[in-house]
Ligand binder design. Sequence first.
Ligand code: PEP
Length: 257
Amino acid sequence: MRKTIIAGNWKMYKTIVEAIELANGLKREFFKLDFAAVDVVLCPAFTALSEVAEVLTETGIGLGGQDVYWQDEGAFTGEVSPVMLKDAGAQFVIIGHSERRQFFSESNETVNNKIKAALKAGLTPIVCVGENLQEREAGKTFKVIEDHINNGLVGISGSDMLNLVVAYEPVWAIGTGKTATPEQAQEVHKFIRDLLKKNYGSEVADSVRIQYGGSVKPENITELMSKPDVDGALVGGASLKVDSFSTIVAKASEVVK
Ligand code: PEP
């Protein structure tokens, strides 16, 4: 039985004061909800991690970074290590987000290094995979997913896979308001699970949580969550407001209760 996981990617939004305000607002809403059936994770910018960690103390709400470097320390100006993320209070880290692949030239190889370093430090990686519009229109969706999964996860053991979350994020649906239909999401999630089955066997594949990401909002979460291989959501824009993110969590909880 896979526990639903809903994560909010705050991207490069929110000053420290704003992040504390949002985290407090969400905490207040979540107290009113019974969200025990769902893992909730907030991923603020690096600068706000430790303050948000403090707000989330003993709430059961998880904290994640949005990226990580693969060395523990060293002369790598501008980078943040897995040890530093842990030190700031994070348990999770988003790796290979399409914005990092697109704007910062992340490759499957760097994604793979980051996943290994995160796992070694005891962080749970949320590994993003997904095709862009051109690739979808050219009928290359499965080929791209296969490339991201097989090459991004090279050398990751079956037992490590149990501490890892996959996020299927079609690039054409991120921040565009266009959501994949629940059927499109299910088709790719099933493809990912079958790939994991081939690589790691059924027991591991059936345990790995696969989130959907791409314009998830209160209006579409229920339909998406009703698909058998959709185990949660990675939410960008709609995670920046108390109302929309808490409604997404509440609706996801309703589906799995
Ligand atoms: C994301 O940032 O991972 C994302 C899915 O963004 P949005 O929900 O805004 O499309």
